[in-house]
Write a protein that binds this ligand. Structure first.
Ligand code: CIZ
Ligand code: SF4
Length: 302
C-alpha cells in the first residue's frame, strides 16, 4: 500500500509553500496536527525544532525536514551544556523553556510554553509560590518580567528576525502615516521598547485573530512586528485593510526568516518523495525526556 504523506507548512513559509501544504499553522498548531496524524510520513516545511517536536509527539511517523539549514537563532545561540550549568545554578527554580528550542534543550526544562500560553502558565507557577527561570528567548522573558513584575533570571538568546524591530524605525514609520490612525501588533520575540508601544502583543495565531476581528476605521494602518510570511494570511483574511510589516530601518519593511525560506518548492517536493533530513537521530530516552515538559504544557492548556 502507498505510504500516506502529509505536508505541514508554517505561516512563515512563502505563499507557494503554504499552498502545497495539507495544513498551515503556527508551531503549536502544526505539532498538535502532527501528533494526531495517521500519516506514515510528515513533511515539515518549517524549522528543525518544529520537526523535532512533531517527532517527539508522534514517534511512529517518519518526519522529514526539507532543508538541512533550517535552524533557528534561538537554538544556535544556546549551548546546551552551558544552559544545563545555568539551570543547576538555580536549583530552587522551575525552568520554563519556550517551544522554540532543540529537543536536548527541552529535555532540561520542567515546562515547555508557547507564545500563546506563556502568560497563563508562568502566572500559575507564581501563584503557587514558585520561582521561575526562563529560556531561551531574552526578549520574551524581559517582556514578561516588565508586564507582570516578575524577576525571572533569563537565558540570553534572541530570534534574529524579531530582534531587528526597533523603536526608531517604528517612530519613523508612524510619522509617515500621521494623518491616519495607526496600530501596532507585535510578537513577544520583539524587543521590549517595541512591545511597550504595541496595541496587542501575542502569538502568531493571536495576531491573525486580532486582524480578523479588527473593527476600527477601515483606512487605519496596521503595523505588524513579526515575520513577513504571516502578512499573506492576514491580507487573505482582511484584504480591505492596510496591513504593513513594521519597519526595521527607515523605509525598509522586509524582515524575513532566512531559515523558513529554505523551504523552497523544489526542497519540499523532494521531501515529499522521501528525500531530506530525517528526524531519526533522537534516542528514545531523549524523546521521553523532552516529551515530559511538553505534555505538562498540553495538559495545562486543555
Ligand atoms: O518561529 C517563530 O518565531 C514563531 C513565532 C513560531 C510560532 O509559530 O510560534
Ligand atoms: Fe527562529 Fe526567529 Fe526564524 Fe522563528 S523567525 S524560526 S524564532 S529565527
Amino acid at each position: 500500500m502507498a505510504k500516506k504523506v502529509v505536508t505541514l507548512a508554517h505561516y512563515y513559509c512563502t505563499p507557494e509553500i503554504q499552498q502545497m501544504a495539507d495544513k498551515v499553522g503556527d508551531s503549536l498548531e502544526l505539532s498538535l496536527f502532527a501528533r494526531d496524524s495517521h500519516a506514515d510520513t510528515i513533511v515539515f516545511a518549517g524549522v528543525r525544532f518544529m520537526a523535532e517536536t512533531a517527532k517527539i509527539l508522534n514517534p511512529h511517523a517518519e518526519v522529514i525536514l526539507p532543508d538541512r539549514g533550517s535552524t533557528c537563532s534561538l537554538v544556535t545561540q544556546t549551548d546546551v551544556a552551558a544552559l544545563t550549568a545555568w539551570r543547576k545554578q538555580h536549583p530552587d527554580h522551575v525552568h520554563v523553556a519556550y517551544i522554540n528550542s532543540s529537543a536536548e534543550h527541552k529535555a532540561v526544562a520542567d515546562w515547555i510554553c508557547t507564545s500563546r500560553n506563556v502568560d497563563d502558565l508562568i502566572a500559575d507557577l507564581y501563584a503557587q509560590g514558585k520561582k521561575v527561570i526562563f529560556s531561551p528567548d531574552r526578549n520574551m522573558g524581559a517582556y514578561l518580567n516588565f508586564q507582570y513584575g516578575y524577576d525571572m533570571p533569563l537565558w540570553s538568546a534572541v530570534c534574529e528576525v524579531h530582534d531587528k524591530f526597533n523603536e526608531d524605525a517604528l517612530n519613523a514609520g508612524l510619522a509617515e502615516v500621521a494623518d491616519k490612525s495607526a496600530f501596532l501588533i507585535a510578537h513577544p520575540e520583539s524587543p521590549l521598547p517595541v512591545l511597550k508601544r504595541a496595541d496587542y502583543v501575542g502569538s502568531t495565531s493571536g495576531m491573525l485573530n486580532w486582524v480578523r476581528q479588527f473593527a476600527q476605521a477601515p483606512d487605519s494602518v496596521i503595523f505588524v512586528a513579526t515575520e513577513d510570511g504571516i502578512l499573506y494570511n492576514m491580507k487573505q483574511a482582511r484584504p480591505e485593510l492596510d496591513i504593513r510589516q513594521a519597519p526595521i530601518y527607515a523605509g525598509c519593511q522586509c524582515n524575513s526568516c532566512p531559515y523558513m525560506k529554505l523551504n523552497t518548492i523544489e526542497a519540499v517536493k523532494r521531501a515529499q518523495q522521501g528525500e531530506g533530513i530525517r528526524i531519526d537521530y533522537l534516542t528514545e530516552a531523549q524523546m521521553d525526556a523532552a516529551r515530559l515538559p511538553i505534555e505538562r504544557m498540553l495538559e495545562f492548556s486543555k
